[in-house]
Design a protein around this ligand. Sequence first.
Ligand SMILES: [Zn+2]
Length: 172
Amino acid sequence: MKNICENMGCNEIGKFKAPTERDNSKKFMWLCINHIKEFNKKWNYFDGMSENEIQTFIKSDLTWHRPTQKFASADNFFSILWNNALSDKFKMFGNKNSFNVNVSKLSEKDKDAFKIMGLEFNAEWETIQKKFKTLVKKFHPDKHSGNKQYENTLKKITLAYSHLKMIMIKTK
Ligand SMILES: [Zn+2]
C-alpha cells in the first residue's frame, strides 16, 4: 500500500519521511517530493532557533492590515508560516484542546483575527483548528488553478490563525 503525502490538501504519493518532532526522529510523516523540499527549507530555517525565537519571528510579521515589505518580498515566509500554523510539532498545547480566551481581554487586532476566520470571539481552540482546516481546503490555491485571489485569502486566513494561536499560547 502506498502512502499519501500528509501535507494538507496534497494527494501525491508520500515517498519521503519527515520528522515530526525536532529532537525525536522516531516519529515521522510521509511527504511527496515537493513537500519534502519545502519541509527541508523550513526545517533548516528554524534550525538553532529556540521556540521563543520562532514565536517572536512569527508574531512580528502578523500584519495583514498592511503587508510589510518583508512579508511581500519574502515568498517563502508564507510557506514557513503556513507549515508552522498547520503543525504543532513543538507540542505547545499537548492534548488540551478545549479552552478559550477571555473575551474582555481581546484587542481589536485579536478580534479581527476571529472575524477573518468567521468565528465567535469565545470560540474554543479546538473549534479554531477545525475551522482553519476547513478554510484551507476551501481556499487552497491548488483547487483553484493557482488563482492569486484565493491565495491571498488563504494568506490572510493563515495569518489570522497564527495570531489566534499566539493568543491561545498566552492563555493556556
Ligand atoms: Zn505533497
